[in-house]
Ligand binder design. Sequence first.
Ligand SMILES: [Zn+2]
Length: 398
Amino acid sequence: MLHKSVFLDIGALSCGCTDHALESLAKAISGEEGDAPDIWAQHESPFVRSLIELFSSRGLLRLEKVRDELNAWLEGKHHTPGTSTPAAPAPLNPARLDAHELALVKIYLENIPPAEFGAADWSLLIDYLVSRYMPFDALQTEAEWLAVRSVYMGKIQANVEKLPVVQADRLLAALPTTLPAARSTFDPPPVVQSVLDYGYARCADNVQAVTESTRHRLKRVIMAHEEQARLGARPPAQALQTQLFDEFATLNRDWRRIAVTEVGDNAGNGLIASLKPGTRVRRIEQYRGACPFCRKINGTVLTVVSPDKKDKDWDTEVWCGKSNIGRSGAKRKRVDDELVERTPAELWSIPAGTVHPHCRGIWTVLEEARPTDDPKFASWLDAHFAKHRKTPEALAQT
Ligand SMILES: [Zn+2]
């Protein structure tokens, strides 16, 4: 095996910039930068596999609609000259056009001959397309069911260690989709309620970030192209198509990252929150493209402890909410003119959820699972299996 050293000249960088560069390198090595080859592979856990695919495909369909519609507008297919030219609408919030504003903007844009689209018109078109196909409320709803169902699939795994995909899917379909419904169905204990609330807030924020990114990326590419056209530089349409193709590929990956990472985080925390302190769990990181850190922690056995336990041991214990936020995958940081080793407390540890974006780490419960007392959820689960007249053990054989 050939070992190569690469020297980076970081002398001119500030400490903060150096750390940022080291962090980026660590992320690139871990595949966090989005080009890990297997982000589209189905998830290893049968408990969350279908959930991830469903969320991914619904988001990708929205992005596909934006792309197809944008192409139609670029080709001038929507141009319908009217008898009078309407005034340019001034939406209250361009990022969230309501139904009335969408209708007005559409009429306005359809009236403009494609060759006469100005910078503001292109910007308005992107706002229109994103508001129409990725509306704020609908995406918040997507984030909500993703969060609720992923937390409960983690809880189900804590109660039923093995389940074939088809049975997991049946449970998935039976789960509530909103926070209020989860509250009234399961009356969750405070720790689980907290996992649900924060899980939803995180998913909603990530989904919103992809929407913003869609607007920003598409505007940047279209504006650059149209500016060249306006200046008479005659940029090839092919170049625009190639750039848009790349942007949509990035957005698709961004969406997929939410599915894989948030579901992993919520299900991991849901599982740990549902196990009695003292239960032992084994970390499994067996998937193609696992980063060196995750390969190293594969097989590690940790003991579940309560989040409010004093002096928790980051090396041997895991608790609900244990995460790597604020910790680094880069072994060293810059202090003055030197690179110094980070202390263990500054480095990635084994979290309850995912180690980093795109991470697919999961847990297996070692001994007979010892679920915490969550009576309403337990009886819901019993009722589900009773309805299908099968015990979890019998279902595992099917
Ligand atoms: Zn990793």
